[in-house]
Design a protein around this ligand. Structure first.
Ligand code: NDP
Length: 280
């Protein structure tokens, strides 16, 4: 064996010898002390994710749109619940469509909470209507919130995560990014775009040990969903899910926390349906 080949074999043996053993069980203990950013953390799924991460010991920053006084009260209530879990909390209004404010928000979190290790791109809206009746502003509001917002946040945290060679990003897309229905061309396009973005970001950030994944919830029982969607549609959604029920925000939060944990260290670029079998 010549010297070059000998060196290469030694290096390979060293690498194999020092490889860490994968942990056999779901283990979220490594999350303690990490800083997580959740966009749209004041209600529904984002709220459940923020609380679940805090239960695992993460310090949590979240933003919300603040479309009215109720939204502000919701945000304050989430912050109060997070503090009860004895983690540090940072929250304020920040419109994910405003790239400069998103950058400022991330800088503030980095300074106030001491880093950014986890990003959950959760903020999202729908403005449904037949495509031939959709107004420009209804298209733009949805695509800018659901897709541009995730890009702005990911671009802002990328230098931090790349420098520390560690990070977890989870994008909240939807079953409707995979299978559409009538009247949601703006929403379906934004969520399908978010799936493409998840894969691209996984390719670009993976070499610096940053995992980027997505969850694709089916119909999830949030107050706004159950208040806003006609009961016939919810009944049909229940029938189409092979498990015969709608999901709860907690169902999504559990999968998100798993993706942020060391148990999921070898998963990246994946889109995990949390839909009771809706897409089958
Ligand atoms: P909610 O309406 O309950 O919560 C949305 C959150 O996003 C709120 O905190 C809201 O803030 C925030 N938000 C909205 N627009 C902006 C913005 N421009 N800038 C900052 N924050 C914003 O929604 P859900 O919990 O139901 O949905 C969360 C995510 O899950 C969304 O991406 C949605 O598309 C996705 N999803 C939901 C499903 C469901 O059945 N519920 C199914 C599949 C996917 P504020 O309260 O101030 O408005």
């Amino acid at each position: 064996m010549d010297e070059d080949m000998h060196g290469a074999v030694e290096a390979l043996l060293d690498e194999v010898g020092t490889e860490t053993e994968p942990r056999p069980e779901f283990d979220a203990t490594n999350l303690r002390g990490q800083v997580a950013v959740v966009s749209g953390g004041s209600s529904g799924i984002g709220r459940a994710i923020a609380l679940e991460l805090a239960h695992c010991g993460c310090h949590v920053a979240f933003c919300f749109l603040d479309a009215g006084s109720q939204a502000r009260l919701d945000a304050q209530e989430v912050a109060r619940k997070l503090r009860e879990l004895e983690v540090r909390v940072y929250f304020r209004h920040c419109d994910v469509r405003d790239s400069r404010d998103v950058k400022r928000f991330v800088e503030e979190v980095d300074r106030e909470l001491g880093g950014v290790h986890i990003l959950i791109n959760n903020a999202g809206i729908g403005r449904d209507g037949a495509l031939w009746r959709l107004e420009d502003h209804e298209w733009e509001a949805v695509v800018r919130t659901n897709l541009d917002g995730a890009f702005f946040f990911t671009r802002s945290v990328a230098p931090i995560m790349r420098a520390q060679e560690h990070g977890k990003i989870v994008n909240v897309t939807s079953v409707h990014g995979v299978r559409s229905e009538f009247g949601i061309s703006n929403y379906a396009s934004s969520k399908a775009g978010l799936i493409g973005f998840t894969r691209s970001a996984a390719v670009e950030l993976g070499p610096r040990n940053v995992n980027v994944n997505a969850v694709a919830p089916g119909y999830i029982r949030t107050t706004r969903l159950t208040d806003g969607v006609p009961s016939e549609i919810l009944d049909r959604a229940r029938e189409q899910a092979v498990l015969g029920r709608l999901g709860d925000p907690q169902d999504v939060a559990g999968v998100v926390v798993f993706l942020c944990s060391e148990s999921a260290r070898h998963i990246t670029g994946a889109v995990i349906p949390v839909d009771g079998g809706y897409l089958l």
